[in-house]
Design a protein around this ligand. Structure first.
Ligand code: FAD
Length: 498
């Protein structure tokens, strides 16, 4: 028999995390639970999350949002991957493209077969076989359709204006019954016996009570930390960047369908093309560069006129020790932050919401459920953490103290094990296939110059001649498909015309 659900849920925070949570709950709970969102315009939001990964399309589908409508409302563009410049070494350039490689060769994954062919000089770079990568490099875009089976391998995400996205989701949520309370929370009441959160006290004295609270209040974790003292696990010894200076700039030509991440002396600079402007930011380590120098580097690498004065954000890479503590779950920056290199924050918000729905609080919550929720959250954060650290660590750069630190630092054993496994025979450990899988890891490992010493023994039964022919036909099929695709700019113009 099912348990009775809680009846009143309160979300603190109206940034991307708060409104994504409100939208998803209002859709999924169908009015069975009252949802109230509290936010303060005075405090404001971080508002810089502008790049996503393909799973965001599932979130939109779950909300039944029309993708074109969403792109128009958020000045959005399509994103096919991330181009990394100067990471493996100065002059090194590669793309981590979304989408799949073909799965026609059944004996092993495409990536593994490719390792063997490449070792024998019978294959081009891995990226030559990615349709998403080919479309990105050509500035083209189309949604996958049934006109050609290779298009199944194309995947995309979006760049969008995070403040417009929050506004869009606010309209969506309010239309589905979410109550919004504007104002600053100045005090929090706890149950004197259990210690659970009972109510938020607003400036002016109004009280917002609830049975369960979702803390989306940003870095400070107004409930999960300031009230419940959950603790934060600091990962800055592995991810030393702790600041970002950022500025929008004027578009210079049609928007590229990918993010660019260019490494500098003490971090890296993002370039995120939207329809109406370009988002730029230099994520850096304040131990290795002063803020003035960081701003000068940022401004010196814009390819259009700056549209505002640069602003700064400070952060510490890590995660809250428990995402769920008492009757509170932290989602978004209140739960942790892993810096924006692989655009995973909004994705982590999305998966936290799915977990919250799967473990939705009942009147009597099992402690085992809470422990499992926290275990899954941690596993996911650690997986993303390792993937992000790889980019910094797999470098030959020795031109600055920052890169010397990243190259020589100790890395988590989980990542060291992965790299050892890959170096031996090009295999990738699959422990959390939901976010980054073989295709993602191999692109970054290869892109940054880590080569396996051998390949899987079973591949010796594969006839290299047949595979070589297959790879050649694949390249030419990709080339003709991409040739026929419309440009990304054309897509966006058509979109605006409706
Ligand atoms: P916030 O945006 O900080 O929102 C907090 C909310 O809580 C606000 O509404 C605030 O008013 C409210 N609040 C706080 N305290 C109170 C109070 N006492 N009373 C009332 N209200 C209160 N993510 C990506 O996925 N892709 C990216 O490209 C990306 N780039 C980033 C770049 C940088 C430099 C940084 C720092 C982050 C980036 N992120 C990115 C992360 C992304 O910005 C966040 O994950 C996302 O915006 C969610 O933020 P949030 O809603 O948790 O917090």
């Amino acid at each position: 028999m099912g348990q009775e659900l809680i009846r009143e849920l309160v979300i603190l925070g109206g940034g991307t995390a708060g409104w994504m949570t409100a939208a998803a709950l209002s859709r999924a709970l169908n009015g069975r639970v009252s949802v109230t969102l509290v936010e303060s315009e005075d405090i404001g939001t971080v508002g810089v999350g502008e790049a996503t990964i393909p799973a965001i399309t599932l979130f939109n589908r779950m909300l039944d949002i029309d993708e074109d409508d969403f792109l128009r409302a958020t000045q959005g563009t399509f994103k096919l991957g991330i181009e990394f410049i100067d990471w493996g070494d100065i002059g090194n350039r590669y793309m981590h493209a979304f989408g799949h490689f073909p799965s026609d060769i059944q004996i092993a994954s495409f990536e593994q077969v490719w390792q063997k062919m490449r070792r024998h000089g019978h294959a081009h770079e891995l990226s030559a076989y990615s349709i998403t990568r080919a479309a990105a490099s050509a500035g083209k875009f189309m949604r996958p359709d049934e006109s050609h089976p290779l298009l199944d391998n194309l995947a995309y995400a979006f760049h969008f204006d995070a403040s417009l996205y929050a506004r869009y989701l606010r309209r969506y949520s309010e239309a589905r019954g979410v109550k919004r309370v504007e104002g600053r929370v100045v005090d929090v009441r706890q149950d004197p016996v259990s210690g659970d959160i009972a109510a938020l006290v607003m400036e002016g004295g109004a009280v917002v009570s609830g049975e369960f609270f979702v803390d989306c209040s940003g870095f400070r974790g107004r409930l999960i930390e300031e009230v419940l003292h959950t603790g934060y696990e600091d990962w800055s010894h592995w991810l030393p960047c702790d600041r970002a200076v950022f500025v929008p700039s004027a578009s210079n030509g049609g928007p590229l369908p990918y993010t660019r991440a260019s490494a500098h002396g003490a971090g890296w600079q993002w370039r995120i093309p939207l329809q109406h402007r370009v988002g730029n930011g230099y994520v850096h380590s304040s131990l290795h560069v002063s803020e003035d120098e960081a701003v000068a580097t940022l401004l010196g690498h814009l390819d259009g006129e700056a549209l505002a004065a640069p602003r700064t954000l400070r952060f510490k890479a890590g995660m809250r020790r428990r995402a769920w503590n008492r009757n509170c779950v932290a989602i978004g920056l209140a739960g942790g932050f892993l810096e924006p290199l692989e655009s995973t924050s909004i994705h982590l918000v999305q998966t936290a919401i799915s977990r919250l729905l799967a473990f939705f609080p009942a009147q009597r919550q099992s402690l085992e459920d809470i422990a499992e929720f926290n275990r899954r959250s941690r596993q996911e954060y650690e997986h993303v953490r390792d993937f992000v650290i790889l980019h910094y660590h797999a470098t030959r750069r020795n031109d600055t103290a920052f890169w010397n630190h990243c190259r020589t630092m100790e890395i988590p054993e989980s990542l060291a094990k992965r790299i050892r496994l890959y170096r031996a025979q090009g295999r990738i450990a699959e422990d959390n296939p939901e976010i980054f899988t073989e295709r993602n890891w191999v692109q970054v490992l290869q892109g940054q110059g880590i080569e396996p010493e051998g390949y899987a023994a079973i591949l010796d039964v594969v006839d290299s001649g047949d595979i070589e022919d297959y790879l050649a036909s694949l390249r030419s099929a990709i080339a003709s498909l991409v040739e026929a695709m419309p440009s990304h700019g054309q897509w966006l113009q058509d979109l605006q015309r409706g």
